[in-house]
Design a protein around this ligand. Structure first.
Ligand SMILES: [Zn+2]
Ligand SMILES: [Zn+2]
Length: 785
């Protein structure tokens, strides 16, 4: 029989994911000899044996790799036949693993789930079971290289059984750094009303507390959660009031997909996301309450047609949900908008007033990491928050940075981003960067990422807003500074997300961002590539009476828009006027005088205004609430739209938002149902998007559009805008790896800073644009284009 030898090289995410044991197992099963090892480029293999088994080996390598492996490239070539008889795992070359990428945390795999429920297995019922295919990673890593000694498992000495598995190349726990068992690993503990470390089985005691309607703090992978039975209204209501969370929906953890289907509609893309290794909270369409049992208590997601659902992602979650047999609310362990608690010493102090008891353990969490939140748009992920399960996996940049970059992000939903070469490491969700605590999370996070990925930034990118803590911090750094306009960063983020460099027609709709002219932008049409941008059009600016107060009180924006729409003579039969009669005149006066009323072109504020006019909400308790509820109000069967002609505004075009508000008020006064009004408004904004992009295409030929900014989390608007744009022949880029909201801004800043030095095609487009500008409307129609 002829003997054959082949050398194989595999690149991609192939380290720390069980690739070597997989290769070892495959080769020995097929009776092949050779070796497999890690080096700085990935995995190398030499394999020899009979022709047929070698072929089978090569086919299986790509056909059935470990679930977490991502093979980017595989190359094979002939190797000399040595006549060796065994297969071995080669020791790593010195330093070879030093900068192997740290993986995100991974949900419990099927094999570990079997161990968890197999009475014959020593890990049966053990809450910290893991292997190379699953378990904690990013949240326990203190330093590189990624060895047990550099994780929060350092204090747990492996028992002989675990050490045997750890050193056995044929075992799926070979080199699994957090490997452990009941004899040697972390243990659960219940701290309850009966004092700390209460007697009895911690899990059983916790289950009893939940069944009786208690609120339980549970230590998870990246922080503490607060849990209560989802069907138990008094428990959920108590959790809500103790947490000072008035309206913002809670997420629900269901035991499995079947349990999720009893609450919500789950399509195949959503199922893939729910059951995948990242296990984010997935926003799903709720079934009507009456049809589900056990149902979800009204306080879980009041008045919301969507429900955030996630499946268990640690053995502890699996054990809890199995014992309970019904879904639980699982929400971040914090008060109001504070960062999630992750240190044991803070848990009792900060959560003691909320939780009746604690189900905790002695494996420390090194870095706070919130659950990720994702929606599905047209079969693809649309991240709302990218954190646990995704971070710190790098995103590829279309253009490599010549010098390492740190991008400091914005303020709300803060993230930062470090770039080396063509890899962008977007951080976990830091929170709203508004106080000392989150600022410290940010700076400690930067230090941690610098160490993990061996990046010393030479360029620091920041927002233009002078009052953002991230900007102030950036300005103190000893590095080359690059200020990036907020909406340019949004568009650049969408470009980077899609791996393209532009130029494009960029539509950035959000709450607020500091504009290059010192006013507050937020309804922007930009011609942009990574290196630069021009403002082609925008929502016509209006005053924001009371500044930030107008963000918390959408009715103030309604007052401004209605005052303009009716030229100071607002019909008094509008409900919004009656409801706010006491302060109406004062607020309108503030806006007219322009005192403490900064100008804004924000699309978020226009949504606020219309939502208040339609009676959805005059004041909000969480960011974007009025717009979120207004989207849910809209009847998706309505196809017509309010007219809104774009107008010339000097060198740019403007969107007269006032016309839309007038149309909304007129319909409401005429008794048109609010559901129809909401839909017509959404359709009108979608048409505005398409009309603005069409103007830009006429002016400078760009037929690719990038949609970004928090307003595009609105699926009704996003869907209608994409459909219209595609009907008109545009290629449309939307987000699928980072959020369209400010959580994606750091990636955009980084991409801009990385591209600044490169020769940019924006210059040519800019020239065309400036020639077209004075003729947005007149000139072009005269020449018949
Ligand atoms: Zn596993
Ligand atoms: Zn052990």
């Amino acid at each position: 029989m002829s003997r054959r030898a082949v050398a194989v090289r595999i690149e991609g995410i192939v380290q720390g994911v069980g690739f070597r044991p997989f290769v070892y197992g495959l080769a020995t099963r097929l009776g092949l000899a050779g070796l497999v090892g890690n080096d700085e480029r990935g995995v190398f293999i030499e394999v020899e044996g009979g022709s047929a088994p070698v072929e089978e080996f090569l086919a299986a390598l790509t056909g059935d790799p470990p679930p977490l492996a991502v093979i980017e490239r595989i190359t094979t070539g002939p190797a000399p036949v040595t006549g060796r008889r065994t297969f071995a795992i080669a020791p790593s070359a010195a330093g070879g693993d030093r900068h192997a990428l740290v993986s995100p945390d991974v949900a419990t795999c099927d094999a570990c789930l079997r161990d968890l429920t197999d009475p014959a297995d020593r890990r049966c019922g053990y809450a910290f079971t893991n292997c190379t295919g699953c378990g904690p990673r990013f949240t326990i890593v203190r330093d590189v290289p990624y060895d047990r000694a550099n994780t929060t498992m350092a204090g747990f000495r492996m028992c002989a059984d675990c050490a045997g598995e750890y050193h056995d190349p044929g075992d799926r726990r070979f080199h699994a750094q957090p490997v452990c068992c009941p004899a040697c690993g972390p243990s659960l503990r219940f701290d309850g009303p009966g004092g700390s470390g209460a007697a009895g089985d911690p899990l059983e005691t916790a289950v009893r507390l939940l069944r009786e309607g208690g609120v339980l703090a549970v230590k998870g992978l990246g922080g503490y959660h607060l849990a209560a039975l989802a069907a138990h209204e008094p428990a959920v209501a108590a959790l809500r009031s103790r947490k000072h969370r008035e309206d913002k929906p809670f997420a629900v953890m269901a035991g499995d997909v079947a349990a999720a289907r009893r609450l919500c509609v789950v399509d195949p893309a959503e199922e893939r996301l729910l059951t995948g290794p990242a296990r984010p909270v997935v926003l799903l369409r709720r079934l009507p309450d009456a049809s589900v049992a056990p149902s979800v208590a009204p306080s879980v997601a009041p008045g919301n047609r969507w429900l955030g659902v996630l499946l268990p992602y640690t053995p502890l979650h699996h054990l809890l949900l199995r014992a309970l047999g019904q879904p639980i609310v699982l929400t971040s362990g914090n008060v109001s908008d504070e960062p999630i608690v992750y240190r044991d010493e803070h848990a009792l102090e900060r959560l003691g007033g909320i939780a009746d008891a604690f189900l905790t353990h002695d494996r420390p969490i090194h870095i706070r990491t919130d659950d990720s939140v994702v929606r599905v748009f047209r079969g693809r992920d649309l991240p709302i928050r990218r954190s646990r399960g995704y971070v710190p996996h790098p995103l590829p940049l279309a253009r490599a940075a010549r010098r390492p970059v740190l991008a400091c992000g914005a303020e709300l939903k803060h993230t930062f981003c470090l770039v080396k070469d063509d890899r962008a490491f977007v951080s976990h969700h830091i929170g709203d960067l508004e106080n000392y605590e989150t600022l410290r999370s940010f700076t400690e996070g930067v230090d941690h990422f610098r160490r993990l990925f061996d990046i010393t930034p030479e360029v620091v990118a920041h927002d233009l807003h002078p009052d953002y803590l991230s900007t102030k911090w950036a300005l103190d750094q000893d590095a080359d500074l690059v200020g990036v306009q907020h909406h340019h960063a949004h568009i650049a983020s969408c470009l980077a997300d899609n791996g393209v460099a532009g130029p494009v027609a960029g539509v950035a709709f959000d709450g607020l961002g500091y504009g290059s002219d010192g006013t507050l932008w937020g309804g922007e049409f930009l011609v942009a590539d990574l290196a630069g941008f021009e403002r082609a059009g925008h929502l016509a600016p209006v005053p924001m009476p009371g500044g930030a107060t107008a963000i918390r009180q959408p009715w103030r924006m309604a007052a401004v828009y209605l005052d303009l729409a009716y030229d100071g003579d607002v019909p008094e039969d509008l409900d919004v006027v009656r409801r706010n009669a006491g302060q109406w005149a004062a607020v309108v006066a503030l806006a007219r005088r322009g005192v403490n009323a900064p100008l804004t072109s924000s699309m978020g504020r226009l949504f606020d205004a219309v939502a208040a006019v339609a009676g959805v909400r005059d004041a909000i308790t969480y960011e974007g609430q009025a717009a979120v509820e207004f989207e849910q109000l809209a009847d998706p069967a309505v196809d017509d739209a309010y007219p809104c002609g774009l107008v010339s505004a000097g060198t740019r075009f403007a969107v007269p938002g006032v016309e839309l508000v007038r149309a909304v008020a007129g319909d409401l006064r005429a008794g048109v149902p609010r559901e129809v009004v909401a839909a017509r408004f959404h359709n009108a904004v979608a048409r505005v998007v398409a009309d603005g992009c069409t103007l830009v295409r006429k002016a400078c030929g760009l037929s690719t559009v990038a949609l970004s900014g928090g307003v595009f989390q609105n699926l009704l608007l996003l869907g209608r805008a994409v459909t219209l744009l595609e009907e008109r022949g545009f290629t449309v880029l939307t987000h699928h790896r980072v959020p369209p909201n400010d959580g994606g801004v750091s990636l955009g800043q980084a991409a801009v800073a990385a591209a600044m030095a490169a020769n940019s095609p924006i210059r040519g487009v800019r020239r065309e644009l400036s020639q077209a500008r004075h003729t947005w409307f007149g000139g072009m129609s005269e020449t018949g284009t």
